[in-house]
Design a protein around this ligand. Structure first.
Ligand SMILES: Nc1nc2c(ncn2[C@@H]2O[C@H](COP(=O)(O)OP(=O)(O)OP(=O)(O)O)[C@@H](O)[C@H]2O)c(=O)[nH]1
Ligand SMILES: [Mg+2]
Length: 431
């Protein structure tokens, strides 16, 4: 099983390869024409997507959330539900003169989330609201949150208006650039409330859930906070011991799920992964769904390299663009292989590129090249300028990345990869 430390090592190796791109290019099994190396470096270092991924990997850190919601709405339960275990929080630090609290949720010495909890404000009187909001504003400037999570109980219609009024004023106060997610909790208690297993939800329950979603969306629109996504969840978990919050840290750590009534938590985690700052998103992936993390990161890398490849076609270069494209693709293959934990040497990257996956993927351009230079990738062949169009460069690199993913990460056989690529290629050529 992949653990966090193993994945950390792999990510560090990729960062290392990127930071030592010169020596990586020197080790590629290709003979580069003069100037090609600089061109390759320029394209990789100049690509915004690639550099964002690398700095995200380097500077990964826990997500910083503001959690807004009344006592009992399910803020702590939501964190437990995300991780599928009982997560202790550090003793809260009070901020300012009010009940604003800041704390971390931690597990095995790792900080999973840093949170500012504003529940005190929502429940305090209007007189103290102004001071509280000033305090909050200051706290948020230091905290620099990745997202605001606004929780409201789906079964308490009467309070939803009040909650939305509060979130509106808060959101205007702190700046609307921060992603705002509205989470309606306790949906397991919507009728028929006796059904707690999410896979047993009846059509009528699902209808009640979607009605509730619509209701909240309309309310947010009415209050002009329409930018918020609304996700409905149940965070309901029964642990093997009563009153888990009263147990010692050690006992809490050993709690086991007796009954799992969670609903729609994956959608919520997806939202966070896609909307948080990338540094926080990587951390979240690594602490929640580590097996998916590898695939997600590899998807991002493939896409970024595919985008980078399009630059090859539009930049005038004094040699064949294949001379730049092929090394880019080799580097992509090496990154994917490292991400999978494989130790790939230059010969195997070359073999991969020339075999099923690679040749199939780039289609005609590379196939010709393979016929010419199967023994050594000799890219010194006089160039024909821009022979590869942006679209072909993109789809070629994208397919090669996918082939590498199928082979190294999904452990498909060469034959299977070949089939996948043949199909993809026929589709492209058929168009
Ligand atoms: N059925 C059901 N119960 C929930 C759900 N979310 C929370 N609860 C229960 O509601 C109670 C309060 O939940 P907490 O997660 O402690 O609420 P909180 O927002 O952290 O409350 P404070 O820490 O006091 O602000 C607990 O008994 C939870 O088990 C849910 O989605 N469904
Ligand atoms: Mg709590």
């Amino acid at each position: 099983m992949l653990n966090k430390e193993l994945l950390e090592n792999r990510l560090n190796r990729i960062v290392n390869l990127y930071d030592n791109l010169d020596s990586l290019i020197d080790k590629l099994p290709v003979k580069l024409p003069n100037g090609a190396k600089n061109q390759i470096k320029k394209i990789i270092f100049g690509n915004k997507e690639i550099s964002e991924i690398i700095s995200g990997l380097k500077e990964r850190r826990p997500p910083r959330l503001i959690m807004v919601g009344r006592t009992g709405v399910g803020k702590s339960s939501l964190i437990n539900a995300i991780f599928g275990k009982y997560i202790a929080k550090t003793s809260p630090v009070e901020i300012g003169t009010n009940q604003l609290k800041r704390y971390n949720y931690e597990s095995d010495g790792d900080i999973l989330f840093e949170v500012i909890d504003t529940r005190g404000i929502a429940e305090s009187s209007t007189e103290s609201l102004t001071t509280a909001e000033d305090d909050l504003k200051k706290a948020i400037e230091d905290f620099d949150p990745d997202a605001i999570l606004f929780l409201s109980n789906a079964t308490e219609r009467a309070r939803m208006d009040e909650d939305v009024t509060y979130i509106k004023s808060l959101y205007e106060e702190v700046g609307t650039q921060i992603p705002l997610l509205t989470v309606l909790t306790h949906v397991d208690n919507l009728e028929p409330s006796r059904i707690k297993e999410s896979n047993q939800y009846t059509d009528s329950k699902k209808k009640n859930i979607s009605d509730k979603k619509l209701q909240m969306e309309n309310l947010l629109k009415e209050f002009e906070v329409a930018c918020s996504t609304v996700i409905l969840v149940s965070t309901y978990i029964e642990w093997n011991k009563e009153n888990p919050h009263l147990l010692s840290l050690e006992e809490q750590k050993n709690l086991i799920i007796d009954f799992d009534g969670r609903y729609n938590i994956d959608e919520l985690v997806d939202f966070l992964e896609n909307n948080l700052d990338f540094r926080a998103s990587i951390h979240l992936m690594m602490t929640t769904r580590i097996d998916k993390a590898v695939r997600k990161i590899s998807n991002l890398i493939i896409k970024a390299f595919a985008v980078a490849s399009t630059t090859v076609a539009i930049t005038p270069i004094p040699f064949s663009d294949i001379a730049v494209l092929v090394p880019l693709q080799l580097i992509l293959i090496i990154f994917i292989a490292y991400l999978s934990g494989a130790d790939i040497d230059k010969e195997s990257a070359k073999e991969f590129l020339l075999s099923a996956g690679g040749v199939g993927a780039l289609g005609y351009g590379l196939r010709t090249l393979a016929q010419q230079g199967g023994k050594a990738l000799n890219l010194l062949t006089p160039g024909a300028g821009s022979a590869v169009s942006s679209a072909l460069a993109f789809s070629g690199t994208f397919s090669i990345g996918k082939a590498a993913q199928a082979y190294y990460i999904d452990k498909k056989s060469k034959g299977e990869v070949e089939d996948i690529m043949k199909n993809a290629n026929e589709e492209t050529e058929g168009k």
